[in-house]
Design a protein around this ligand. Sequence first.
Ligand SMILES: [Zn+2]
Ligand SMILES: [Zn+2]
Length: 142
Amino acid sequence: MICKICGKEYEPPKKMGRRPSVCSFECHCALEKKQLDKKRERARQMSMAKTRNEIGQEYKCPSCGNVFIKNHANQKYCSEECFKKHKSEANRVYSVRYHERHANAPKTPKQIDKEITPFSEIIAKCKEQGLSYGQYVQQYNL
Ligand SMILES: [Zn+2]
Ligand SMILES: [Zn+2]
C-alpha cells in the first residue's frame, strides 16, 4: 500500500475493519485535516453561491410584508425604514423580555420577608417586645 499523505509504502495491518489508507497516526491526522478543509471549503463555496443567487430574486420583507428585489445578498428588508423599524422592534422585544425575566426572577428570602411583614406589623411587634424600631431591625437583621 502507498500512503496517501506521505507517499511511503507501508504494510497495512491485517486486522478486520476499515483498512487505513495512510501509514501512520500522523498521516491519519493529516488526512482528516485535509478532508475537513475540503468540506469547509465546499460549504463556504455553496453558501457563497446561494447568496449570489439571491441577488435579483424576489424576497418578502419581514417587517412590512412587501415583496422586493434583492440588490445585495444580505438585504433582508425592502427599505432602510423597515430595517430601522425591525431594529427598534427587536430592541423593544428584548427590553420587554429582559424586564419579564427580572420580574419572574426568584426573590431572595430577605425580599419575601419584607413583603409579608408589613411595616405596621413590625411596629406592633416592637411594642410587644418593648423594643424601638431600630433595636427590632437590628435584632432581626431586617
Ligand atoms: Zn504516511
Ligand atoms: Zn418593508
